[in-house]
Design a binder for this molecule. Structure first.
Ligand SMILES: Cc1cc2nc3c(=O)[nH]c(=O)nc-3n(C[C@H](O)[C@H](O)[C@H](O)COP(=O)(O)O)c2cc1C
Length: 329
């Protein structure tokens, strides 16, 4: 642990480590500016999904996840940090300023969290018939609540409505050529190197699940596994507002919940097609009894321990996302 301020190279290292964060279609729509004593996180609109995500909701959630991962990396290096969200109204793409403040309180926990960030990945296979332990669910929910947001775990009688909404979102997407072309771009090998979803992370056939997973438009190479989603818990991350500030917080909260899940051995699969389309987003609001705005649906489950999950997906070279102000990378 240290009480000195981190150097610019150490800040840059945290920004690079944040590149492992999850993002919609692995677009990594962020850019970091490394100042001598703080970091700035910008949205990179060149990697926004103009058809699926015209408002930038999923882009901002993805950036929130990267913001969380940068703080995790700083904590592992010994620093707590404070975040000022959207610090400059004149620059809406400046999403956050991260300033290291004091020493990390619990270095061992910080290190465990950092290690979870290295292991975390998206697993689109079916899950086992072992339910997620209630203690793990409670910890994941607590991690989300630290950001002032909520995680509603759907009750069994709500799952059919969720499944119908997910199916409707998939069918709507399949009837929109522009959306399919965008999806094909990010999953078909034409996308910028180090981005997108490779075939090794896409199931070779649809897993046998009640709630359909996202259809990427072509079969991948990942064995879907023999399981189902009978024992999975489905949850929706939600909050009071539907604004860029709340989307950023949702990304931080989703990443915090996901790393907590990883530490607990729980596999997470986000479902965002349901949130993208206004019609199915309204179904989610209804399932929440109009108590809040849905940001992301998550499937939580235990992955098959006997079969390895997908290999890690690639990331952009750090030189494309991290810039040291007034210096070399
Ligand atoms: C906001 C957001 C939305 C996502 N939506 C989906 C989704 O609908 N379906 C899916 O299979 N994966 C989804 N993902 C997972 C990403 O595709 C995944 O994070 C990315 O490909 C990088 O892979 P990794 O998580 O294994 O590192 C989403 C992730 C984020 C952050």
């Amino acid at each position: 642990m240290t009480t000195d301020n981190p150097t610019a190279p150490q800040l840059a290292e945290a920004a690079r480590a944040a590149g492992l964060a999850p993002s919609v279609h692995n677009t990594q729509p962020w850019r970091w500016l490394v100042h001598p004593d703080h970091l700035e996180l910008y949205a990179d609109r060149s990697r926004q999904l103009p058809v699926a995500d015209p408002e930038g909701r999923l882009l901002t959630i993805s950036c929130g996840a990267a913001l969380h991962h940068a703080q995790v990396a700083l904590a592992a290096e010994g620093w707590r940090s404070t975040v000022t969200p959207l610090p400059d109204p004149a620059q809406p793409d400046l999403l956050a300023r991260v300033i290291p403040t004091t020493a990390t309180e619990d270095p061992n926990a910080a290190l465990r969290r950092f290690q979870a960030a290295q292991r975390r990945h998206t697993d689109r296979r079916a899950v086992t018939d072992q339910p997620v332990p209630p203690t793990a669910l409670a910890q994941i929910r607590a991690a989300v609540e630290e950001y002032g947001l909520n995680l509603h775990v759907f009750r069994p009688e709500q799952l059919s409505e969720l499944a119908v909404a997910a199916d409707r979102a998939e069918r709507q997407a399949a009837s929109q050529p522009e959306l399919l072309a965008e999806l094909a771009y990010w999953t078909g090998g034409q996308q910028p190197a180090g981005t997108g979803i490779p075939d090794r992370a896409i199931p070779s056939e649809p897993p046998h699940t009640h709630v359909p997973v996202r259809d990427f438009g072509h079969p991948g190479e990942l064995a879907p596994g023999a399981g189902t989603d009978r024992a999975a818990s489905y949850a929706v991350l939600f909050g009071a507002e539907d604004t860029p500030a709340s989307w950023l917080r949702a990304g931080q909260a989703a990443a915090a919940g996901w790393l907590t899940a990883t530490e607990q051995g729980v596999a997470v699969l986000p479902f965002s097609a349901i949130v993208e389309a206004p019609g199915t987003r309204a179904v989610l609001r209804h399932l929440l009894a109009e108590l809040g705005q849905p940001y992301l649906v998550l499937r939580l489950g235990l992955a098959d321990p006997d079969h390895p999950g997908p290999a890690p997906t690639d990331r952009l070279a750090a030189a494309q996302t991290v810039e040291i102000v007034g210096g070399d990378q």
